[in-house]
Design a protein around this ligand. Structure first.
Ligand SMILES: Cc1ncc(COP(=O)(O)O)c(C=O)c1O
Ligand SMILES: NC1(C(=O)O)CC1
Length: 332
């Protein structure tokens, strides 16, 4: 762990949910196809339930909740939400109650199947976008307070300064891995949903002075709005850490294929390619689209000679959208 990152994070309560450093894996066949070196940091293997990037954020968010004496966790997402399920599993593991405030069709697949299997309390509302759930989450918190409970609301995707500390810490871990492996990356690529992961990467790179270009592949909201959201979150997190930093804007490219959660044939094909070439499973909502963007931009020479992809998990999305993908691949 980078000493400066360790020192800066020491004052923040953190529960250890990830018992190891996630590995960095070389992808020989994809690298050969692209003519550049592609590595992947396996944050799909963060080790709690379905793994993924949210576990890093939850180490600090749940640490904060416990430090504040909370006894019930509330968070939000779509019914297929990776964030919602892994938050609920971590909360239960820590002996906390949890209520998930969700939107969408209650299909018993993927993460929603896991929610039910684990006996997690879910409240599902018919709203268009996840932020529309915020008033409902606040209502649930009020209801719990009236019952004498002490609720703690985790924002969508864990995208808050406290949650962002998780990816500042990841860069601290990565910097020492790069040193021991003798590796230097030109770019670091991740999928952008709420923007918290990229914000942590951006701030962590500045704090460690690692000269690696952060590149986000937006799978939903894109453009100036998202870039500003990422930079603002990184700045708020720097303020939380008590450091002043100069942050350069990250490059964020639109690989949503038109809309968040839109399942497309090109990504289903890419998931099959990476799965059969490298034995690594990507998902159709986040990592499959982000890796599609990585291959697209690498072919155009826009990501340098050595690229690191952050595999942020999302496996249940394969099972939530599996039939859609089979149809798109003319297999059903
Ligand atoms: C599997 C997966 N990868 C990437 C992301 C994007 O992370 P962030 O919300 O921090 O931008 C999410 C959630 O949004 C996710 O569930
Ligand atoms: N990735 C997000 C989730 O709910 O899983 C959108 C935050």
């Amino acid at each position: 762990m980078h000493p400066k990152i360790r020192a800066l994070l020491a004052k923040f309560p953190r529960v250890e949910l990830i018992p190891w450093e996630t590995p960095i894996q070389y992808l020989p066949k994809i690298s050969e196809m692209l003519g550049v070196e592609v590595y992947v940091k396996r944050d799909d293997l963060t080790g709690l339930g379905i793994g993924g990037n949210k576990v890093r954020k939850l180490e600090f968010l749940l640490g904060d909740a416990l430090a504040k004496g909370a006894d019930t966790i509330i968070t939000m997402g779509a019914v297929h939400s990776n964030h919602a399920f892994v938050t609920a599993l971590a909360a239960k593991k820590l002996g906390l109650d949890v209520v998930l405030v969700l939107r969408g069709k209650e299909t018993i697949k993927g993460n929603y199947l896991l929610d039910k299997l684990m006996g997690i309390e879910t409240r599902v509302y018919d709203v268009e976008k996840t932020p529309d759930l915020i008033p409902y989450a606040e209502e649930v918190a009020k209801e719990l307070e009236e019952q004498g409970k002490r609720p703690y609301i985790i924002p969508i995707g864990g995208a808050s300064p406290v949650g962002t500390l998780g990816y500042v810490r990841m860069i601290g871990e990565l910097s020492t891995q790069m040193m021991s492996l003798g590796l230097k990356f030109d770019t670091i690529v991740d999928a952008v949903g709420s923007g918290g992961t990229l914000a942590g990467i951006l701030l962590g790179l500045e704090l460690t002075k690692l000269e690696v270009d952060p590149v986000g592949m937006a799978v939903g909201i894109f453009g100036e709005k998202m870039t500003q959201k990422v930079v603002d979150l990184a700045k708020e997190t720097a303020k939380l850490l008590g450091v002043s930093v100069e942050l350069k804007e990250p490059r964020i490219h639109d690989y949503s294929f038109g809309a968040y959660g839109k399942i497309v044939r090109e990504v289903a094909e890419l998931i099959r390619l990476v799965g059969t070439k490298e034995g690594i499973l990507l998902d159709p909502v986040y990592t499959g689209k982000a890796f599609y963007g990585l291959m697209d931009l690498a072919r155009k020479g826009e990501l340098g000679e050595r690229i690191l992809f952050i595999h942020t998990g999302g496996m249940p999305g394969i099972f939530h959208y599996g039939e859609d993908m089979l149809r798109l691949l003319n297999l059903q």
